[in-house]
Design a protein around this ligand. Sequence first.
Ligand SMILES: Cc1ncc(COP(=O)(O)O)c(C=O)c1O
Length: 399
Amino acid sequence: MTLVPNVHEAEPIPAAARDAIDALMKSGDLFRYTAPQDAPVALLETEFAELLGTKYALAVSSCSAALFLSLKALGLPRDARVLIPGFTFAAVPSSIVHADCIPVLCEVGDNYRVDVADFAAKLDSVQAVIISHMRGHTSDIDAIMELCDALDIPVIEDAAHSLGTTWHGRNIGTIGKVGCFSFQSYKMINAGEGGILVSDDADLVAQAVIMSGAYEHNWKKHSGSSELEQAFAKWQNRLPLYNLRMSNLSAAVIRPQIPELARRVRDGLANHDYVADRLNTSPYIDVPAPLAPEQRAPDSIQFNLVDLNDEEIRAFAAAAEARGVKVQVFGMSQDNARAFWNWQFLPEQFDLPQTRAMLMKACDVRLPVRLTREELDVIADILLASIGEVVGPMPVYGT
Ligand SMILES: Cc1ncc(COP(=O)(O)O)c(C=O)c1O
């Protein structure tokens, strides 16, 4: 019998990372700017920019740090307003508050993507936009870019959950002015903590590099272009140093995982679609379809409960948990960091009835890419049985 898998267990880190860490332990060379060249962090930046197809990458301590530095590098004045989806992780509005700006929230649809009509209605009042492709569900980035370009509003893509996702074949995170990724544990590439930003904009990158902690002339250790060098010269001594650098140890853990990414994306998508097909056999479950231009890279599954009241939704989550599968209903717990009404630190509060209704019925289940078909079946069986426990078994029609 296949046991219920532990979905909080990550895939083992490739053995090559251990050799790289061993070498760092022997040399003690953990700081990215000690070596004159080819430090693991610098190599990671070159490899990541190549992977994504961007001119530049800057590795930092977290995706939150990447978002914060992106906002600072846009030169936004104090109290600038920044539009974000009402469904994202609390770290995103937090990065805006950290940058002395004001988060403005727009509605999100039942498919977890930005409601473009509400986004367009609020765009006039903001100076920048962060699009969180939450849980890797890509918002209509064509429509968003068209609206933002028309008003000359910069777009930061929060691609924390989107490494490996493409849109019309183009990598998510490379469509806006800057893209930010996370290497925190529950991500496609796991370093415990870490983040990286990518961009083709030399002026923005030079500022982000300096503010990340490239003091004095350490920026010379960033590979780049003459355009980037000119930008560094322009910004030298003119920016604060926030010291959000990545350590060589993190880069040593990340680099050997880059060659694993294509397999992880392929397996994650196949696993997701397999479970989605099984769940969609229930009239009480709806797994929203991807948008047409989108090729997803999921390591979790989200689905909406249909025609169930709050009590039944709680009973479903409890039944699944009793059987060993943790279902997070985003809006149902007191402290969920993805429920916008729990962001009580915001300078302004927002009423988003559509997003609230979605969060009260949207479920989240981790599906690490390493799971086998048998383990996926165990999870799908438990979810379907738990629905059956709440609403009665599914009718079986004879021929
Ligand atoms: C959507 C989203 N954006 C940004 C972040 C921030 O990432 P980090 O933990 O690397 O700061 C997270 C964290 O999980 C997230 O879920």
